[in-house]
Ligand binder design. Structure first.
Ligand code: HEM
Length: 212
């Protein structure tokens, strides 16, 4: 039973979070056509006429990785880390935190804090160009996977999955909004919850962009 429970935990922790990252990433790209063109150009140039993006291609797609990082900064699929309870009392930044306080880390607000990010509300993947900031827990201003001993154990798998799926849909298809809709109409609101999918699902029209 423990093994089954562990396996189910992997499914629940890994599916919604990865799907939200993809949907929010596509949402931002459709709202920022210059970034969509740039990432699509990169993928198609690097992969050439192979017909499919393979895992070994991902290391040559730096802009795609920047797009995903920027998506996770603005739209962490889990905006609050699971609650913690401190065992002993402490003083943090002048605040007394008595023992056994329930503490939430607000990943969403940290990712949009102007103390750490220039123009924090703007989708701008280039901010990560020539930057060593990563989401593996060593840069506390970017913690969509948490940090420390309870950091998401699925980071590497999540990134391989999301990057590969994302790269392939950008490679194979051209994307546009349905007729009559403009990028200003695309809504960024999310549903409340432990993970936060879009309130209004993204609907796009795909046409073949690469045929072999
Ligand atoms: C973009 C995708 C993902 C994001 C943003 C994400 C984010 C997170 C976050 C914020 C936590 C809580 C960390 C904490 O307690 O401080 C977590 C925990 C966890 N994640 Fe992920 N995750 C993703 C994908 C995955 C995948 C693909 C798997 C496994 C296949 C996975 C497995 C887990 C498990 C088992 C935990 C619980 C770890 C524990 O309590 O010690 N996650 N994840």
């Amino acid at each position: 039973m423990d093994q089954i429970k562990g396996l189910l935990m992997m499914f629940t922790a890994g599916t919604d979070t990865s799907a939200i990252t993809m949907e929010m990433g596509m949402t931002q790209l459709i709202k920022n056509p210059w970034a969509l063109n740039k990432v699509q150009e990169e993928v198609r140039r690097v992969v050439g006429d192979k017909g499919m993006v393979e895992e070994s291609d991902l290391q040559y797609l730096p802009y795609l990785k920047q797009v995903i990082k920027e998506t996770l900064r603005l739209h962490p699929p889990g905006p609050l880390l699971p609650a913690r309870e401190n065992m002993i009392g402490a003083k943090v930044n002048g605040y007394d935190i008595p023992a056994k306080t329930m503490i939430y880390v607000d990943v969403y607000s940290i990712g949009r804090d102007s103390k750490y990010w220039e123009n924090p509300e703007v989708f701008w993947p280039e901010r990560f160009e020539n930057s060593s900031i990563n989401f593996k827990g060593s840069n506390l201003e970017l913690i969509p996977f948490g940090a420390g001993r309870r950091i998401c154990p699925g980071v590497a798998l999540a990134m391989a999955n999301v990057e590969l799926a994302f790269a392939n849909i950008l490679y194979r298809f051209n994307w546009r909004l349905p007729d009559g809709m403009t990028k200003e109409d695309v809504d960024l609101r999310t549903k409340p919850g432990i993970t936060t999918p879009k309130l209004i699902p993204l609907v796009l029209v795909a046409t073949p962009g690469f045929t072999k």
